[in-house]
Design a protein around this ligand. Structure first.
Ligand code: AMP
Length: 111
């Protein structure tokens, strides 16, 4: 998607601080961290949101979910972390390329 910020990050057209990558996904630091550690994990495939998932994406989503603990551990989040997926405008989604937030490094409250 030519106008997608995260596709541009994937292509290297927008710089990012990558902490993980494999053939299906990458993880990088959020530019406006909401916690001491705030990472985003995105698939290489452009999928606009949870709402746009199809049965064909099942394996890819499972892959990302099973990578998240390893990514979090490698960033020192052994004490725990929060994962968030915002969906749609009212869900607080601002970038329409599906992403998993990983937040940690402090006590999470609320929700
Ligand atoms: P959401 O509001 O769930 O769509 O989350 C989008 C996230 O992307 C926000 O936390 C932004 O701070 C983050 N973000 C936007 N642009 C960039 C960028 N160029 N590099 C890293 N994170 C970004």
């Amino acid at each position: 998607m030519s106008d997608c910020i995260f596709c541009k990050i994937l292509d290297g057209d927008i710089p990012s601080n990558r902490v993980y990558e494999d053939e299906h996904c990458i993880a990088f630091h959020d530019v406006q961290p909401a916690a001491p550690v705030h990472l985003l994990v995105i698939p290489r495939k452009h999928i606009s949101s949870l709402d746009a998932l199809t049965p064909q994406d099942q394996e890819l989503m499972g892959h990302i979910m099973t990578r998240i603990p390893e990514i979090a551990r490698n960033q020192g989040l052994e004490q725990g972390y929060r994962t968030v997926i915002n969906t749609g405008e009212q869900g607080g989604q601002t970038v329409f390329h599906i992403h998993f937030h990983i937040l940690g490094g402090r006590q999470m409250t609320g929700l």
